[in-house]
Design a protein around this ligand. Sequence first.
Ligand SMILES: [Zn+2]
Ligand SMILES: [Zn+2]
Length: 135
Amino acid sequence: MNKLKNCPECGKLYVEVGQKMCPACYDLELEQEQVVHTYVRDHDKCSIKQIVEETGVKEKIVLRMLKNGRFINAGGAVITYPCEKCGAEILTGRFCDKCSQDLLDQAAKLDAKKKATAKVDRSHTMYNAGRDFSS
Ligand SMILES: [Zn+2]
Ligand SMILES: [Zn+2]
């Protein structure tokens, strides 16, 4: 049985037949995906921001295409998107190299601190044991 639903894009009632929006919006989205696809094919290295600005396609759609791996087949295109921490353009993961490193450093520091406090007594004793303080 087909169900009537409100299109999340334009709010119109439509008959749900598998796609998550009304046929008009669905067609439009397919068209826009094609536009983005063509743009990416012609621009080997571009950012999401650039695609959105140049094609006028909603960022949401471009991001979804990226997450679905739609750009992987687009002739080896390099698509960048903003780091979740500082906004720098990145290619993979959620953070740029700098922020990933920062996060790793922070984790390492915390870890080192824990180990240092646990070891400090013993290393102090060993250090003194090897020295002559009588001079
Ligand atoms: Zn619609
Ligand atoms: Zn960053």
